[in-house]
Design a protein around this ligand. Structure first.
Ligand code: EPZ
Length: 417
């Protein structure tokens, strides 16, 4: 089992490149099924979840190759329409393949994605939207069997701006006859990136990144070359690490406006943050000050994925900070591990009250992807040595994490038992 050994107490200095966004490359890899041609994707991070998505594409019949951060998918041949159980279990967000498989093959078979560490993760909004577009869905022994012989576009109102449900509906709608409007769509930047990819393939889509997305059913058939947008959550994680450890850090290859709410919190905590073009520079105070209440919301609100890393920074700050997690029902699991490092965190349902104090090194275990990153942030800021275990969670969403931190002066080493 792999783990990190971290010697805390180092300030972070220097610049760090931000990789392509996991939550953009996954739906775009799924969307490569649509054009039955060649898709060249640049700025693709090499992550566990990306490798799982590539395995699914190869299982379906695609040819996939990687050269550095460029992944090429040839979807000329797609001769299967199921996602194997083990791959669904490996990555629950594989449900994003449902729409494109349906659009390409007219049918799809997936096992119901289970819950995960941060919540039940139901897909009722996905399934109800696809049914309204004409998909016949049966559940059988934990699998969902879908038939879509005659998809008709129509208005789909999402009761919650679910990212995945927006993406699955958008991808299915490309195969509908007529016009589909997705109302109360998710507005995350990854949706606009997916729309950009689809437009290059020839789809007629508009409104991506806004609350109403309009799709005129035309099967996209053009080859695509596309560059994945930068990972705003990785960027937020490094900003929280710099704020917690002190020092001056510049992120390169990033979209500052996608990290605005996190930057505002850190500015409130006394950090000087300036952005220019595709760089963000954060100059941390000697000790982070208290921050206002952090309430996670759908984009453009504060991102739930940045809640854990910011909580880690708040653990060493002056004063108290209140976190309200409104998106997932079980997204404070990292708190118990942070408490092992001396953190003062009081949980009550979906709120966590953090009172800053000095942290000490400890042996801790990642509970989920962003919770694991939070433990690394805290270990970097703690006095003494920490051991962070269960790195498979972190490997899902952070590329070259230890190397990037080492480049900023952190003392962190990956070891295998
Ligand atoms: C995406 O997950 C991201 N994953 C998550 O990032 C992110 O936390 C989340 O959006 C919110 O921003 C990817 O893009 C691969 P949702 P998704 O559907 O699509 C409920 C990370 O750390 N819901 O917007 O699954 C759901 O239970 C990951 O990178 C339903 O009730 O998120 C949750 O409470 C974690 N029914 C809320 O909506 C549904 O059918 C938000 O879920 C769908 C969702």
């Amino acid at each position: 089992m792999s783990y990190y050994v971290v010697q805390g107490g180092q300030t972070l200095r220097g610049s760090v490149p931000i990789s392509g966004a996991k939550n953009s490359v996954l739906p775009i890899l799924a969307a490569t099924l649509l054009n039955g041609g060649r898709n060249v994707l640049h700025n693709c991070p090499d992550l566990r979840d990306v490798r799982s998505a590539i395995q699914i594409l190869e299982h379906l019949g695609c040819k996939v190759s990687r050269e550095g951060d460029t992944v090429t998918v040839d979807s000329t041949v797609v001769d299967r329409w199921d996602v194997p159980h083990e791959l669904m279990r490996e990555m629950r967000s594989s449900v994003i393949f449902l729409g494109p498989i349906l659009a390409r093959c007219g049918r799809a078979r997936l096992s119901l994605p289970g819950g995960c560490d941060i919540g039940q993760r139901p897909i009722d909004l996905h399934l109800s939207a696809l049914r309204k577009l004409g998909t016949v869905i049966r559940e059988q022994g934990g699998d969902i069997l879908c038939e879509a012989s005659d998809l008709q576009g129509r208005d789909i109102i999402l009761s919650f701006p679910s990212v995945g449900a927006t993406e699955n509906t958008l991808l299915t709608a490309t195969a509908c006859s007529g016009v589909t409007r997705i109302i109360n769509a998710a507005r995350e930047p990854e949706i606009a990136d997916l729309q950009e990819f689809l437009r290059k393939a020839g789809a007629l889509v508009s409104g991506g990144g806004e609350s109403v997305i309009t799709v005129s059913g035309t099967t996209p058939r053009r080859d695509v070359e596309h560059t994945i947008l930068p990972d705003r959550i990785e960027a937020a994680t490094f900003l929280c690490a710099a704020a917690a450890c002190g020092g001056e850090v510049t992120l390169t290859g990033v979209e500052p406006e996608h990290v605005g709410t996190v930057i505002q919190c850190l500015r409130d905590g006394g950090c000087a943050v300036r952005s220019a073009g595709r760089t963000i520079t954060l100059l941390a105070p000697q000790r982070l000050g208290s921050m206002p209440t952090v309430r996670t919301m759908p984009y453009p609100g504060f991102p739930t994925d940045s809640q854990a890393p910011l909580m880690a920074a708040a653990c060493t700050a002056q004063g108290s900070a209140l976190f309200i997690e409104t998106i997932f029902e079980n997204r404070f699991r990292h708190a118990a591990e942070l408490q092992r490092m001396g953190a003062d965190i009081r949980i009550s349902g979906r709120t966590a009250l953090v009172t800053g104090r000095a942290l000490h090194g400890a042996s801790v275990r990642s509970t989920d992807l962003r919770g694991g990153a939070a433990l690394v942030v805290a270990a970097l800021a703690a006095q003494g040595e920490s051991r962070v275990e269960a790195l498979t969670h972190i490997d899902r969403g952070y590329e070259h994490f230890a190397e990037k931190l080492t480049g900023l002066g952190a003392k962190i080493q990956r070891r295998d038992d």
